[in-house]
Design a protein. Structure first.
Length: 265
């Protein structure tokens, strides 16, 4: 019997970090948080749906390939990291169900049979399910990053949680590449404290606070472009009335960044 699965917002780290020994050591708590997820979930998902901060399109676009390729969307890393393979099968049937749910909610939707797994997807999945034996697909963010619209996407996808699908928003709670390092320390601490406090609010207040996230302390210093925050809105939209649990928290990453991940439900 399938029980309702939680949804997650995860901070996915930087580039292909698990394959780089120094980065892997520095992000050991993050690796551990991903490795714990199958036990936290308590059952093997029918499929994993990732909404990654590394794919956006004009409409909410659903990956439909039965064998998605790899997308090495990072730069200046060792040559061997451009040969990483994560050969999880796609999930075309579940993807079609997602298309129907999104269309039924009146949201713009498209499909893409060629899109591959970006590093916001294959990196955490390689630590969650290293055998690459759980079907996996992605849905894009939509250009413009509307918080309300991405909450609506999550609400539309919520029935999948009762159908054995794990919904994961993959981004980073701090993502300002220009200021990675010591300059990130104060703003990322302030924004992370606000985010953690916001997660304790009653559901309606929590949603409203996140829709108005630009009012948070150091909001634009932490997210000059909010592509890595937007997956949070979709993940929480899929479990909007449910409690939030902090599942990862680390300070002084990349020389100064504070980051967190959350489970909903």
């Amino acid at each position: 019997m399938t029980s309702r699965l939680p949804s997650y917002f995860i901070s996915h780290g930087g580039g292909p970090w698990p394959w780089i020994p120094k980065m892997n050591a520095a992000l050991a708590p993050l690796a551990e948080s991903f490795a714990r997820m199958p036990a936290e979930i308590g059952q093997r998902p029918k499929a994993v749906l990732m909404i990654s901060g590394h794919w956006e399109a004009e409409s909410f676009t659903v990956m439909t390939s039965p064998r998605p390729p790899m997308v090495y969307d990072y730069y200046n890393f060792p040559p061997e990291t451009y040969e990483i393979q994560y050969p999880a099968p796609g999930a075309p049937d579940v993807a079609q169900r997602a298309v129907e749910l999104i269309a039924g909610a009146g949201l713009p939707v498209a499909t893409d049979a060629n899109q591959g797994y970006d590093h916001g997807t294959f990196v955490p999945m390689a630590l969650m399910y290293p055998d690459a034996d759980v079907p996996l697909f992605q849905i894009s963010m939509r250009h413009g990053y509307s918080p309300a619209e991405h909450f609506a996407l999550g609400r539309a996808l919520a029935p999948l949680r009762d159908e054995g699908v794990l919904i994961v928003g993959s981004g980073l709670s701090y993502h300002n590449l220009a200021d990675f390092g010591p300059r990130a320390k104060a703003p990322s601490e302030a924004f992370d404290a606000w985010l953690n406090q916001t997660m304790t609010l009653p559901a309606a207040e929590r949603t409203q606070a996140l829709i108005n996230w630009e009012s948070a302390p150091c909001a634009r210093a932490c997210h000059a472009q909010e592509d890595h925050l937007v997956p949070l809105f979709a993940a929480l939209g899929a479990a909007e009335e449910e409690t939030s649990t902090l599942v990862y928290h680390q300070t002084d990453i990349f020389g100064g960044v504070t980051a967190s991940s959350f489970r909903f439900g």
